[in-house]
Write a protein that binds this ligand. Sequence first.
Ligand SMILES: [Zn+2]
Length: 279
Amino acid sequence: MSKHRAASHRSQRPRRAGPGRGAGGLAGLAGLAVLVTGTAVTLPLVSMARDGDAAKETERVPVESAAVSTSASPTSEAETPDGEVAVAEEGVSRPSRPPAVSRSIPERGSGRFEVATAPPGPIEEATTYRVEVEKGLPYSAKEVARFIETTLADDRGWAAEHELARVDGHADLRIVLATPETVDELCAPLDTDGRLSCRNGNDVVLNAWRWNFGADSYGNDLVAYRRYLVNHETGHALGYPHAECPGAGADAPVMLQQTKGLDGCTANPWPARVDLDGR
Ligand SMILES: [Zn+2]
């Protein structure tokens, strides 16, 4: 599967000149990557990595399924190559382990966003991103932006291969933390069922419910889970398709849908360990 990543990430790297949303810089990446609650889903994993065609992948929709299981064992994911999402038929519940942050998350927010301010700096050829947090969430744009920035700038992350720069104006990517219902709207037409995150065109849409409650695969390590979530969805925006667990006990590729489960791998939020070094 590494051949796909190697082929795709370079060819699909967004350009700085692209507009923030809709068309332009990342238009070639137009697609949806969705985290799906997979509680009742039993379909086998279908990795986008099978496509093997970088040009084709730009037209495809890497769909991600993320289980919110009722037990400690997330179920398998379901996804289809054309971007349709199989959604859990049963209700979802919070991960069985107590969250590291015990706050409630409103299902619906204001629909308005606070953009995190960013100091001016040279961006040159960097892929730029802007961080926004929906107003009404118990998170400030500043703290979320700090976390995302440190994650994306970490040597263990995409920074090992990609130059990324946070801005507060026009940007190639918009990284949004939003309430479940707003996530659904931003991820449409995919049905995110209120518990999904996605990458939709130039939007990296993080579900605040996940941000707050994490996933069983990361236990109580909410910080590591958040790093995974940021790296995984941003990875899609950088052109990376899904990856599979290479073998029991191995570090999970960050492009494995780790929210759903680890397939025998060990949780790993950093792409440089496997997704980049493993090419
Ligand atoms: Zn994904």
